[in-house]
Write a protein that binds this ligand. Sequence first.
Ligand code: ADP
Ligand code: ASP
Ligand code: MG
Length: 421
Amino acid sequence: MKFGGTSVAGTERIRRVANIVRAQAAGGNQVAVVVSAMAGETDRLVTFCREANPLYDPAEYDVVVASGEQVTSGLLALTLQSMGCKARSWLGWQLPVKTFSNHANARVEEIDAERLLASMAAGEIAVIPGFQGVSDQGRITTMGRGGSDTSAVAVAAAIGADRCDIYTDVDGVYTTDPRIVARARKIKHIAFEEMLELASVGAKVLQTRSVSMAMKHNVPVQVLSSFVDEDSPPADSLPGTMIVSESEMAKLLEEAQVERQTVTGIAHDKNEARVVLTRVPDKPGAVANIFTPLGEAGINVDMIIQNVGRDKGETDVTFTVPQAELARAQALLEDKREKIGFNRIITDAKVAKISVVGMGMKSHAGVAATMFKALADRGINVQAISTSEIKVSVLIDEDETELAVRVLHTAYGLDAEEVAA
Ligand code: ADP
Ligand code: ASP
Ligand code: MG
């Protein structure tokens, strides 16, 4: 069981979480619980680091930001104890959750579950702070924002759990962010591949890495709400969204338990920035000169468009980088101006990427055309496009994000008949 930030935001909420955990244990289950920091706490800690030293050392940043989860894990163990349950906390370095040493964005290497399993078998509820681990050098690491989801799936895989229930502030994965589109629909079953794509294009309900880890270790994951009444259906009756393998999905489709849509979900991401280099020579090697230095500097380029050539063998090249890397990318390109041979560099951080995702796309033509038409009808200009087998993304003006998501949600027939409560 994993509980996110809003689910543990204060002692009163933690008491509700403890009740949900106790009910699972009382039902005869051995339970390991992973908790996030209280909502807003990690942001607060990140701000402290920036104030202390804008060029902070990521290893010390990890020492600071990992502390939010230490607090909530101790508090949940205390609350469970106050209810008469046996419970103890296991910090990242105690389990240990071994990670690679890339601080602030560490990947899980291995979890030693032996002591954890023994303690659980002895009837103790294990409470584990998410997000944190320990490096080979014995230093505290964190797994990137939203990383508690990955901690939970990693623990579930390490102990061979029957299921990993991710409790959050919505009752499942929706066709799009229900806070943006009131007519978003809850998806009962979604394939790992689709969830992975949705997460990676901005649906922040699950950290992308948690989905790829669940897929790799075949951990059944359910997303459900911790904001429930006493009489609501228990987790075991699968009230939320189940993330399942493609073969299970095929079975459900065959039994007509689910219907295959062309588009399963829509996501948006405001964290990219657009870069345009004008009048780049239109000749072999030109784009390599642009993207090789960016790659070497570890800057991820996402969407790329090479515009139609101008006169005199010149062309404009448009691409996107993470907003946080924009200044670094710009400086690097300025530095290589001679070698690349561009005229101007134009940047815009006020852009949003809107993506439509669905396995059904593989066998349906016209998905992108529907997207472009729906946007054009509302006067929304498309600045860049990228596609994969199960996704189409467009880059638009950030101010038009909500409108675009809503329009596409309707265009692909995803609107629920009734507005979600
Ligand atoms: P937690 O603190 O529990 O980890 P997050 O804030 O990280 O919670 O993720 C839950 C939020 O994800 C929801 O409140 C919702 O606004 C957002 N979200 C974005 N896309 C979706 C989606 N497709 N389905 C459900 N929630 C989504
Ligand atoms: N507390 C961390 C964050 O806010 C990890 C998490 O909540 O998943 O990013
Ligand atoms: Mg989260």
